[in-house]
Design a protein around this ligand. Sequence first.
Ligand code: ATP
Ligand code: F1X
Length: 312
Amino acid sequence: MIVTLTLNPSLDRTIDVDRLVKGTMTRTRSARIDPGGKGVNVSRALLANRVPTVAVVTSGGADGEQLVRLLEGDGIAVHAVPVAGRTRSNVTIVEPDGVVTKLNEPGEPLSRDELGAVADVVLDEAEGASWAVTCGSLPPGVPADIYARLCEFFTSAGVRVAVDASGPALLAAVGAGPHLVKPNREELAEAVGRPVASVGDAVEAARELRERGAGTVLASLGADGAVLVDKDGVTIGTAPVAAPRSTVGAGDALLAGFLAAGADGAPALAEGLAWGAAAVRLPASRMPGPDDIRRDIVRIDARPDLGRSLIA
Ligand SMILES: Nc1ncnc2c1ncn2[C@@H]1O[C@H](COP(=O)(O)OP(=O)(O)OP(=O)(O)O)[C@@H](O)[C@H]1O
Ligand SMILES: O=P(O)(O)OC[C@@]1(O)O[C@H](CO)[C@@H](O)[C@@H]1O
């Protein structure tokens, strides 16, 4: 069982337009709503591939109720903690060439009591679980060390912890010694305080996060694939997609595939890359199921070129 926690979930509204021109009225072509938030997506991807999972989320107002209805409609086991603040809506605008413009709300503040209630629920749900996955931005008012504190609780209960966070929340979590962190290129660069312009830069930055406490670093590099740095060394892979449709949630699919495959070494990296690439071929933040995932496109580089520049 893999338990995910999303403190700041969203209704993801995806709008297709022919062309987005700032400052003009644009008629849209189509729109869809998906349950969103990083942990939510990890659970959606796991369930689509028949990996048992529970999604713990906060839920507030009519949009929170809709989020829970959508998740339950998809057959996801969801434990929603009611909160006073409205669940946010995040908007993605997609142009025909796959260019994505994303507008994420900050979310509404969580009180101390609400945070305590969520922590009780997720610690309870994680009892006996193989992984607890804590993901995404923190709502206003939530201390930046929340993932670090949860990590300590999970670890002492014998549950492995994966963290997908950014900024101070990622830095604090790394110091608490999680089994796995999944930064993207920007998060990695911010965490080490220097640009990540090449594959070698990503490897060095990932090594630094390991030195600071993370057990394994799975750094996602968009179209450049992903870098895995763990106790056994460095593994690098790619899974090219000729015509990406939407990259939203691709990092969540990568993480889900990596965990589903056992979170260890090249086989797990390859599975994660296959799931990430499959997500990119799907519209909006749809998560891939078995029929979408192609493992034949994955390449694990036996002799990686560390000097290779990353796509801008
Ligand atoms: N343009 C692309 N072509 C092929 N694969 C891609 C592309 N973009 C993303 N991917 C795949 O998805 C994975 C995750 O992408 P990325 O690094 O953009 O994650 P992210 O920023 O965490 O995404 P999100 O926050 O939307 O989930 C990559 O490691 C890669 O496997
Ligand atoms: O604002 P955050 O919490 O950083 O990210 C939230 C979000 O962009 O992440 C998911 C894609 O990874 C989307 O479903 C969701 O809208």
